[in-house]
Design a protein around this ligand. Structure first.
Ligand code: FAD
Ligand code: NA7
Length: 555
């Protein structure tokens, strides 16, 4: 932006916008498009990253892959792009998703309104001005009537603290902060963590490193991903059917683009059940295995047990060493985010891969040479990879100084666990709209992101049309939505299993409900109902005469 424009906009030292968006991933980019090009607002998006893409900018570790199928892991709103762009595989790897998002930015000329390498440190609501006042890590100040936080659900890294961490002389990398110059070829490498990311990185690097030590705290159920190029006819068929595909996706529970099963697991014979699991195993896909096979794996213990038994039988079949197979076999519910992989269990048949069960034999410290476990063994390493996941959902909110009405910090407002009204708003934080805020749908995420962005854009449009100064969720509406989310989540086995989905992966984090598990279709219906009922659960304030006379809106 040229200096004279900055000077013109800078009234009290800050640069004024109608709306500020934090985050330039799937959510922030679409929000920018909607607010700028459809509502005509003066908008700025910020990201601390050096490029756009969010998740796909940061997670550059070997093997990083979206396990949502590529034709539904994209935007649906640019119909021409759906026809023009062809993903190379059924599931696409990080570089291709990043290329796609960069292409969207270029195509819609979004870049000129995105400020990269800028971390927003604080966002404070000025009740008198009815504006958000923001500061970045360089001491610059901004203000906006609307604040949209698209901070990412899985974006605040979790780096567990180990005694002696600063003594380690080798390299340490977190998968979500992967350096461009990381070189693992021929190195002695350790990986802590066997979640989705751990499974991907372990499988990808095993063939190139000298030796790999996997520090596993919890074994995982994972099924083959079944990746590969899409046949030309399949691509043509998808492109022809996109209207129906999105309609189905948006009204489904999981938004993954497949028919969710209606059959209870125990309604078929043992033989038939195994055949259904086997077909799903052969076809690939973690969410498909859990939700396309039967309709009750996530809610019924016996059904869940059948799925567990099937995966455990595969581990025994694949892994040659019985002790390694035993360690790799989970015993708890199959009720974390369902994983899929490109040969994870078979990786443990390699001579250069060792598995350390750190539940039975915990890491006691990091040493200058590597990692020491309780049995006294020092695992000598050149590189230690943290595939230890994220402080999910509210992590990035707590890392910023966000203050709403009465100077209330968001951490204080969420001291009993994060909450929201419809995932997009929270009481006491007027004109702040969250994309993928707490208690949003647990789904393939781009369709949920689009649903939330479109709804928020409608609400902002409504406010502009009606000359409203601010909107805020009521505490009662928020409480009721939280109760609904808890009621649904508590019917699932996910609630009985420790993972990031319930905040159980971070020591000291409140184990509570972070998602609406009623599905995207039902969520969208609720959003429509709320809008049609004059935004019930929200309260509005009209603009004062002064606010009407001196709008901050600048050409
Ligand atoms: P993000 O892409 O996370 O973007 C948030 C941005 O906000 C980041 O760039 C961050 O730098 C920025 N930011 C945060 N705080 C600040 C601040 N204070 N100042 C400035 N900038 C800030 N989802 C699926 O549906 N299917 C998948 O297969 C899938 N695979 C995944 C694999 C991995 C390895 C990971 C980590 C996530 C995966 N996800 C998947 C989830 C993925 O995060 C979402 O699908 C989607 O990319 C989220 O987009 P977003 O815009 O909401 O957030
Ligand atoms: P996850 O699923 O949270 O996995 C993190 C892994 O790291 C998991 O195996 C953890 O074991 C392990 N972990 C975490 N802290 C420690 C410590 N202190 N010691 C040993 N092991 C530890 O994160 P991912 O990045 O794999 O995936 C998150 C989502 O991002 C994923 O679902 C995709 O949507 C993308 P635990 O299971 O807690 O015992």
């Amino acid at each position: 932006m040229n200096q004279s424009v900055i000077a013109k906009r800078s009234l009290g030292g800050e640069i004024h916008y109608d709306a500020i968006i934090i985050g330039a991933g799937f959510g922030g980019l679409y929000m920018l498009k909607k607010l700028r090009d459809e509502l005509g607002l003066n908008v700025r998006a910020f990201d601390k990253a050096g490029g756009v893409g969010g998740t796909w900018y940061w997670n550059r570790y070997p093997g990083a892959l979206s396990d949502s199928e590529s034709h539904v892991y994209c935007y649906s709103w640019d119909k021409e792009l759906l026809q023009d762009w062809t993903f190379s595989q059924r599931y696409v790897a990080q570089p291709e998703i990043l290329r796609y998002l960069n292409h969207v930015v270029e195509r819609h000329d979004l870049g000129k309104d995105i400020q990269l390498n800028t971390s927003i440190e604080s966002a404070i609501y000025d009740e008198e001005e009815k504006r958000w006042m923001l500061s970045d890590d360089d001491g610059r100040h901004y203000s906006a009537k609307y604040l949209v936080t698209a901070l990412g659900l899985l974006a605040a890294t979790n780096v567990p603290k180990f005694k002696g961490a600063d003594q380690f002389k080798g390299q340490t990398y977190h998968t979500a902060n992967w350096p461009a110059d990381a070189d693992l070829k021929g190195k002695r490498v350790g990986v802590i963590g066997t979640g989705s990311t751990g499974c991907q990185v372990i499988t990808a690097i095993a063939p190139i490193v000298q030796n790999l030590t996997v520090f596993q705290r919890s074994p995982q159920y994972t099924v083959p991903v079944g990746n590969g190029p899409l046949a030309g006819e399949t691509v043509d068929e998808i492109k022809r059917s996109y209207d129906e595909i999105w309609k189905e996706v948006r009204s489904s529970r999981l938004a993954f683009g497949f028919q969710e099963s209606q059959i209870p697991t125990m309604s078929v014979s043992d033989t038939e059940r195994k055949a259904i699991f086997q077909r799903a195993w052969d076809a690939g896909g973690g969410f498909r295995f859990m939700f396309e096979t039967f309709n009750d794996i996530a809610v019924d213990e016996a059904a869940n047990g059948a799925a567990q038994d099937f995966v455990r039988s595969k581990i025994t079949e694949i892994v040659q060493d019985p002790e390694t197979a035993r360690k790799l076999s989970p015993r708890e519910f199959y009720a974390k985010r369902p994983l899929c992989d490109s040969g994870y269990y078979a990786t443990f048949n390699r001579d250069n891969v060792a598995l350390v069960d750190v539940k039975a034999n915990p890491i006691v410290e990091m040493t200058p040479a590597g990692v020491r476990t309780e049995d006294g063994v020092e695992h000598v390493l050149d590189v230690l990879i943290f595939a230890t996941g994220f402080d999910a959902v509210d992590g990035n909110y707590k890392r910023m100084n966000i203050r709403g009405r009465g100077d209330m910090a968001i951490g204080e407002h969420w001291q009993d666990g994060p909450s929201s009204y419809l995932s997009v708003a929270t009481a006491n934080f007027p004109n702040m709209f969250m994309i993928l805020g707490p208690n949003g749908p647990f789904t393939n995420l781009p369709p949920t992101i689009e649903t939330e962005v479109e709804w928020v854009a409608d609400l902002i449009g409504y406010m502009e049309d009606h000359e409203l100064a601010c909107v805020e969720a009521t505490a009662q509406a928020e409480q009721k939505w939280g109760d609904t989310c808890a009621e649904i989540a508590n019917q699932t086995l996910f609630a009985k299993t420790d993972s990031w989905i319930f905040g159980a992966n971070i020591p000291g984090k409140k184990n509570s409900v972070y998602f609406y598990m009623g599905g995207l279709g039902a969520f969208s219906d609720t959003l429509k109902d709320v809008r049609n009922a004059d935004y019930k659960g929200f309260k509005f304030q009209a603009m004062s005469v002064r606010q009407k006379r001196v709008p901050h809106k600048l050409a």
